[in-house]
Design a protein around this ligand. Sequence first.
Ligand SMILES: Nc1ncnc2c1ncn2[C@@H]1O[C@H](COP(=O)(O)OP(=O)(O)OP(=O)(O)O)[C@@H](O)[C@H]1O
Length: 617
Amino acid sequence: MFKALLEPFRHPRPVIELGAGKILGTGSGRKPKAKARDFAGTLKRIWSYLAKRKAKLYLVLLMVVFSSGLALLGPYLIGMAVDDYLEGAGGRSWGLFLLSLALVYLFFSLTSWLQNIWMIEIAQETIYRMRTDLFAHLHRLPISFFNRRQQGEIMSRLTNDIENVSSTLNSSAIQIFSSVLTLLGTVGVMLWLSPLLTLLTFIVVPLMALGMRWITRRTGPLFKERQRNLGDLNGYVEETLSGQRIIKAFSQEERVISGFRERNTRIMLTGYWAQAISGFIPKLMNGLNNLSFAIVAGVGGLLAIQGTVTVGVILVFVEYTRQFTRPLNDLANQWNTLLSAIAGAERVFEVMDEETEARDEGAAKSLASVEGAVRFNGVSFSYDGGADTLRDITFEAKPGEMIALVGPTGAGKTTLIGLLSRFYDPAQGSITLDGRDITSIRRESLRSQMAFVLQESFLFKGSIRDNIRYGRLDASNEEVERAARLANAHSFIMRIPGGYDRMLSADGSGISQGQKQLLAIARAILADPSMLVLDEATSSIDTVTEIKIQQGLQALMKGRTSFVIAHRLNTIRAADRILVLQAGRLMQQGSHEELLGQGGLYSELVQGRKQEEAGRV
Ligand SMILES: Nc1ncnc2c1ncn2[C@@H]1O[C@H](COP(=O)(O)OP(=O)(O)OP(=O)(O)O)[C@@H](O)[C@H]1O
């Protein structure tokens, strides 16, 4: 670890390109032009959010102008009072001076407080909008986006990264603006009072600029990397927590902990270096500030002895020297915070720039009711433009028919269902529903005609009743119960404590796999769709529950066009048509008897399944 801590000194300019949280290499340290544009572009986009509260923002800026002006006025008044006093006129204006000073500091506090409270309001609203936009955008993204990412990493953008922008907007935005104003104002007044002393104060500026450049060139990439590492860690935590059972079952706890340690170390190192290097900033500024202070005091003293400037002016100058370096110091500190916020904002906007699911065609229609006649006409499809996952698939499902999809693992059964629900669109060929190309139907309308009962039934945190009602939100309690009875779920629900009001956790722990499936069937019955997609459970469920599930499914499938990824011979036999897939091709189709008569792949699959089921019994 010690070796790793020395890393930034061995590579004095770490420009770190990241891929999935890994350090891929170091570069020359010169930022490519595109990066600079990214920075400006990101600032512009943050501004476009802030600009929604333009009027309030202008008020804030006005307050910043006032408070910066008042901050300048204080030392000036003190200097003038001292000169007055030394010239023997002190008694005359002392009371007035004290009153003015008190008013200046009172208004300074008031304007500072107003600018803060208003900026917090703007910042919170901005973050609220950004977070809502990001969440809404995430839900408009195609399934392919989620296939590529870890959930935890995405969540990190919604939480850590947005939080980073939030804290900067809350405090740093004002401070940066006020620092720039104070700096300009101070320099202006200093030049007016004594150009010579101003020049002397400026001696340290090139040193400050060089020091800052050295530091921010190192900290910028480190802040970005830290945000990415944090995202990576969140992804890992989410994955390992949701995979707890498997991790324990395979005794992988130690390996998982060491994976965490590795990621955590990366965060520690990037965090350490980002903070440690940026920690030089106040030290550097302090040192140079003291130097400038000494020069002004020394040379100013000489000038006062010669009578070139008054003691009051020297006093004002000494105070302004501090005021001049303080905003520089603040700017330097805020710069780091700003870099960190920009790193967060870039990650937020990166997701917002992901293309949403292709829009429904302009002429796309909603469906009032559906017969359920489905046709695949020469459909081919590939994920990410690679080799064909499905090739030239043609078949027909008449309204109310049950279609069984069978084939070895990876044959393309799930992909075929994904095309029917328009999670993906075919590269070639077309799919029709009641003779209408499904691309001319609004996605939402198409999907609302379908219900899914999958192996891993997804349950939400909430009561059993709410979970069933997810199928149709306006269903009454009686309708929920009727659906549960049809699905064969009512009796088990009544047996468990709490009944329909029993709260379930998000992963549905507390009820069995089979019971989860019964709830999913009840949910689908309540939704009353024209088409169904069923993925039969491969894991063995006790015979009683299995019979209940079969009965529930039969009630559900009645009169609806159903696509079943079938694993059980009973289901396959009952199907009106069986599609036999292998390596993305439709090898055979027909009824059970027709296919058995043909021999080939189907017969082999049936033989295999017979042996499997015999083994299970
Ligand atoms: N999101 C994806 N990106 C790239 N390739 C994928 C993706 N999903 C599936 N595939 C590939 O497409 C092929 C078909 O997968 P699919 O899930 O449709 O098969 P399946 O017949 O449903 O398999 P199983 O019975 O094991 O569920 C496989 O080779 C798989 O690796």
